[in-house]
Design a binder for this molecule. Structure first.
Ligand SMILES: [Zn+2]
Length: 664
């Protein structure tokens, strides 16, 4: 099938530039493409492959050794100098959804090694991608251990397989391109950080451009060959330009003044570590080469910063989203202003903007229990009430807009504490390595041995293997049929789904602070245990999925802080949304077990009796965190827990150390 030509893509300028730059200089470190479905992300990435320069390879080498510099550790080597070689197009390897670790790094067949006495190694996708590109669609949905494998290989330029003391290494240098739909969950910040460039794409906003996208798409579908032929000249020109720029990269100069500018931009923008500076520098060099210049200009630095920096700012979890681009522009302007002479830099922008957010726990002097009498404007917490009209001296008051009284700020969570470990007690099959629930695992404590079903999955269990050989009455020491594999128990990561009561019954400010602190602590704990997390709240007449399942706990912290309370208590709706969310996640990743944490006092004042939802949640490990307080207790949370066959944890007992984050 003829791929869609790269030069036929309309719009998406940042994405095309980012891809071309990594093709020019793979050292830039890969591209992460964020965008909703239907933004042609995959089409553009696949189109890039046709532009990559051809590679010379040693004949018969499954690891695509370069005849000019064969990998000394090549499993198919060593290759003699002058070994026969040919050339072929660079490959674009796509990582299939649900790929296993073996598929990615290759397999070492211990059974064959035992019977044939050879190191039997089957290369995986990393070997196939060597000197080409590796494309991971929906990289945010990839299990963490595979992501780590990919990123490690991409960073080191080598792949590494180890089984039972036998290890194989081979070169694996490739352009890494990942795509993701942010609506389906944010990836871990560590993952985002390790991509060199991050580009956000959206469908064109211009009617003419949209029409042209459709026109070209239809023409392509009607006759891919003829359509590609229309763009063949442009494609050849682009490929030639990539080759020329690649050759030019080593001789591009990065003047001290521009290096200095990079450092100032990174400082002003507030990045972590030095990685950002290095990526911007490499990207600026690639840009200069792409434009046929022999030295980096201020404009190259600016363009490079826009591609390489927005995702690298030290995050304040309470920042509103969307501030990154604005801050970057400020940092760039600031660096430019410092340029000609040494004017003192303008003061950095205040971190939080406005508001009493960073007061931490106990910011509750403001009474939020309902509307106050009188029609006066909201007052600062420390201002005594005064009905004498506008006060002189202060900033203008909002007396002219009596109806625009802002809703009371949501209660801030207090200091997070270490919560007791909440676990799924039944042992899992070990879907995702993590730190929460017990599960059979590849590594970990050995608890027994078994006859392998098909290929060996874990390490061989040597005593059991020898026992089997002895029982057989060995004429030869060990046969493959004697092989026993070890059964390990480790810990797996789960989907931790919170269902949090945000109704009026929680609205007493101090109470909500305690609840938010508890959820914050559990969120942080889930992050450390490498779980996926999700959050559902219910108030008024419905439940809301405030945090679709994601691996990024920062978004959870943000949503939690912004969570407002009030209204009736539709507990059943919350549980129903939890059941649908869990069912959807099961379809997507059957190997990840859910743990449901319901934060409630068990009271429902809207909708059906919550216990009627028990069948929908049958088999889901659940913990009810009982928020009931006060001298008279109804025990409704316990009743709910009994119906759900859930554990109950009183809110006050949640902390492993006794702290509850209660305002002092
Ligand atoms: Zn080789």
């Amino acid at each position: 099938m003829t791929p869609y030509p790269f030069s036929a893509v309309v719009g998406l300028d940042d994405l095309r530039l980012a891809l071309l730059l990594t093709a020019v200089s793979p050292a830039v470190g890969g591209v992460l493409v964020r965008g909703e479905k239907g933004t042609a992300k995959s089409t553009v990435v696949r189109a890039l492959a046709a532009l990559l320069p051809e590679v010379d390879v040693v004949r018969g080498c499954r690891f695509a050794c370069d005849p000019a510099a064969p990998d000394p550790q090549c499993p198919d080597g060593p290759h003699e100098p002058g070994a026969p070689h040919g050339h072929r197009p660079a490959t674009l390897v796509e990582l299939p959804v649900g790929a296993t670790e073996d598929r990615v790094v290759g397999t070492l067949d211990i059974q064959r090694a035992l019977s044939d006495g050879v190191k039997a190694y089957e290369p995986g996708l990393l070997a196939a991608a060597h000197r080409g590109a590796l494309y991971v669609d929906e990289v945010n949905l990839l299990p963490d251990h595979l992501v780590d494998l990919l990123l490690d290989a991409a960073a080191m330029g080598r792949a590494h397989v180890e089984r039972d003391g036998v290890s194989v290494k081979h070169a694996a240098r490739f352009l890494l391109v990942g795509t993701m739909n942010p609506e389906e969950g944010e990836p871990r910040p560590q993952l985002v950080d390790r991509f060199g460039l991050v580009v956000t794409v959206a469908a064109p906003r211009d009617a003419g451009q949209r029409a042209e996208v459709v026109r070209r798409r239809l023409a392509y579908e009607a006759g891919p060959g003829a359509f590609a032929a229309r763009f063949a000249g442009e494609e050849q020109a682009l490929a030639a330009r990539i080759r020329a720029a690649r050759t030019a990269v080593p001789s591009v100069r990065l003047p001290d003044a521009e290096l200095d500018r990079i450092a100032r931009v990174c400082l002003a923008y507030g990045v972590d570590g030095m990685r950002a500076d290095i990526v911007v520098a490499r990207c600026a060099v690639a840009l200069a080469a792409w434009h046929g210049r022999d030295r980096v200009t201020a404009e190259d630095v600016r363009d490079a910063a826009r591609l390489a920096l927005p995702h690298r700012r030290r995050k304040d979890p309470l920042d509103p989203p969307g501030t990154d681009e604005q801050r970057l522009e400020e940092a760039l302007d600031q660096a430019a202003a410092e340029d000609p002479d040494d004017d003192p830099p303008p003061p950095p922008p205040p971190p939080g903007g406005d508001g009493p957010r960073d007061e931490g726990p106990g910011d509750g002097q403001r009474n939020s229990d309902g509307p106050r009498d009188g029609g006066d404007a909201p007052q600062a917490a420390d201002t005594p009430r005064s009905d004498d009209g506008p006060r002189a001296g202060d900033a203008p008051t909002s007396d002219d807009a009596p109806d625009k009284r802002p809703a009371p700020a949501p209660a801030s969570p207090g200091q997070a504490y270490r919560p007791r470990a909440l676990r799924i007690s039944a042992r899992g099959e070990g879907g995702h390595t993590g730190r929460r629930s017990p599960a059979f695992a590849r590594r970990g404590r050995v608890v027994g041995s078994r006859v392998p079903r098909g290929r060996l999955r874990g390490a061989p269990h040597l005593p059991a293997t020898l026992r089997a050989a002895i029982h057989r009455g060995a004429d030869r020491l060990v046969l493959p049929s004697d092989l026993r594999e070890a059964v390990h128990v480790g810990r797996e990561a789960n989907l931790v789904l919170f269902v949090v009561d945000a109704s009026g019954s929680m609205a007493a400010r101090k109470r909500m602070t305690v609840v938010k602190t508890a959820v914050l602590s559990l969120l942080r704990d889930a992050y450390q245990r490498r779980d996926r997390i999700g959050m559902i709240t219910f108030r008024g007449s419905s439940a809301e999925q405030v945090l679709p399942p994601t691996s990024s706990h920062e978004v959870g912290v943000l949503r939690l802080a912004a969570l407002r309370t009030g209204g009736r208590t539709p507990l059943a709706a919350g549980l129903r949304t939890a059941a649908t969310t869990i069912a959807a996640e099961r379809r997507r990743d059957p190997r990840r077990r859910p743990l449901l944490i319901v934060v409630t006092d068990g009271r429902a004042t809207s909708g059906p009796d919550p216990v009627t939802l028990a069948p929908a949640l049958a088999g889901v490990a659940t913990v009810v965190v009982d928020c009931e307080s006060g001298p008279v207790r109804l025990g409704l949370a316990r009743r709910l827990a009994a119906a759900l066959q859930a554990d109950v944890m009183p809110l006050d007992a949640l902390s492993a150390t006794g702290a509850t984050g209660r305002a002092a």
